[in-house]
Write a protein that binds this ligand. Structure first.
Ligand SMILES: [Zn+2]
Length: 466
């Protein structure tokens, strides 16, 4: 199987460090808001990569962090007059809800930056001792020019970086020796979350977080490091500089980056007023449609979000799922395959091979989806009432497997009925009367997962769909 490696700028045969195992790190979101569709693209794309590797028999250790200390989180906390951790905990829960609705599986580990501070202090100490970092009045900088390979991922040249940035001074970073140096640790400001360190009470820079979390949960050398193309520079370039200088080993063998997502042909930006939250889109579309839309392009191609393309994804997915539903409803005969049916059976295997060939070629989901459309055409014509159950099972199983690889569910979720909600609320009332608060809470959580929120009032329990 081949994947495109940003580091070498070519498609390469994928060879894991340990046979049968993949250590994969995907940069996660900074949790200060609900996620927008630009955040959703890497989540969906790399969840699909993971599913495919597992299908190929690999055990995937998938780590994706939450950046829960950051200027944006602090700003939001100040605006809302709450603590930073209240903001981050709230949005971690919200991100997880969106991930679940998009059928993005939970990572093996979802580390949080604030719980990994000791590891960051250790790595910064190592970098200072090895001469890659220096402390100026409590702010610790990484001296980019000291790392021989600096620029190898982004293709940037350190001298050009210096020349281009000579005039730019970032507030709070006045003490650095070179403009390409970056912050590993910075002093706290009044009211900000902070941790004790050998340099000052303060907090880590963003880049060191990922180097440390990758090391702790996956080791010094990992197979795949992934994220959006906007992270190549400076974030991933800086991660390489930190990890390789501290660990003395190559960091990630393969770097995978998904391309930009535009909205109606324009870059998404708050100022342009085209900032689209996943939650907003899900008011209008089934989450499966958004997932299917994201995978309808190759992950390295820019993707344009528009009403028109979403409608066409919706129709396309509908066609596939209708075909699937029909296969589960028709009647089959319990008998061996006849000659004609055997041909169809073999043709299905041919489509599976073509699907795999597309995915083996740098996870080409666009081509893989075309194969599914061709397959349903074959099935619509040839799998009818009265065909052998062996063929029927083969058709259903194949669609189940291929769609599951794309994270598309074949069983459509039914709308929860009012009676079911009322029944659960009664059970909860009974549990509360019996002072079984554990059970009562479990029922409340269950309802919450179904999108039902409860309000205990003097007139009894009221509920609404959220
Ligand atoms: Zn990262």
């Amino acid at each position: 199987m081949k994947i495109f490696n940003t580091l070498t700028r070519k498609k390469e045969e994928f060879v894991p460090i340990n046979p049968g195992e993949i250590k994969m790190y995907v940069c996660g979101p900074t949790v200060y808001n609900l996620i927008h569709i630009g955040n959703a693209r890497p989540m969906i794309v790399f969840d699909t990569v993971r599913r495919y590797f597992e299908y190929k028999g690999y055990k995937v250790n998938y780590v994706s962090n939450f950046t829960d200390v950051d200027d944006k989180i602090i700003k939001r906390a100040t605006e809302e007059n709450v603590s930073s951790s209240e903001v981050s905990e709230k949005y971690i829960a919200e991100v997880k809800k969106d991930m679940a609705s998009l059928n993005v599986r939970e990572a093996t580990t979802h580390p949080k930056a604030t719980e990994e501070i000791n590891g960051m202090i250790d790595m910064i100490n190592t970098l200072i001792d090895a001469g890659f970092a220096y402390d100026v009045d409590g702010t610790v900088y990484y001296e980019a020019g000291k790392f021989k390979g600096y620029g190898k991922l982004s293709g940037k040249n350190i001298d050009e970086l210096e020349a281009g940035h000579r005039e730019i001074k970032v507030t709070g970073e006045e003490g650095k020796k070179h403009s390409s140096d970056f912050v590993l640790w910075k002093p706290k400001k009044e009211g900000e979350p902070s941790w004790k360190s050998p340099w000052c009470d303060g907090r880590p820079g963003w880049h060191i977080e990922c180097s440390v979390m990758a090391k702790r949960y996956l080791g010094d050398e990992i197979d795949i490091h992934a994220g959006g193309v906007d992270l190549i520079f400076p974030h991933h370039e800086n991660e390489i500089a930190q990890s390789e200088a501290a660990n003395g080993k190559p960091f990630a063998r393969y770097w995978m980056h998904n391309a930009f997502l535009n909205i109606d042909g324009e870059k998404m930006a708050k100022s342009a007023g085209n900032f689209l939250l996943v939650r907003d889109i899900l008011k209008q579309y089934d989450p499966q449609v958004l997932r299917f839309f994201m995978l309808s392009a190759h992950y390295r191609s820019p993707l344009n979000f528009s009403e028109e393309l979403m409608e066409s994804s919706k129709n396309g997915l509908e066609r596939i799922l209708n075909s699937y539903d029909r296969l589960t409803e028709i009647s089959y005969e319990g008998r061996p395959l006849n000659e004609e049916e055997q041909k169809i059976f073999d043709a299905i295997n041919g489509y599976i091979e073509r699907f795999e060939a597309a995915m083996d070629d740098d996870i080409n989901t666009a081509d893989a989806i075309s194969v599914i459309f061709e397959l349903i055409k074959l099935l619509n014509i040839n799998v009818k009432d009265g065909v052998s159950d062996i063929l029927g099972e083969k058709a259903i199983e194949t669609l189940d497997t291929l769609l599951d690889l794309l994270g598309i569910k074949t069983v459509r979720e039914k709308e929860i009925l009012d009676e079911e909600i009322e029944k659960l609320i009664m059970e909860r009332n009974e549990a509360r009367k019996a002072k079984d608060f554990k059970k009562a809470d479990e029922i409340r959580d269950k309802l919450q997962d179904m999108g039902i929120s409860l309000l205990d009032t003097r007139d009894g329990v009221k509920w609404k769909r959220t």
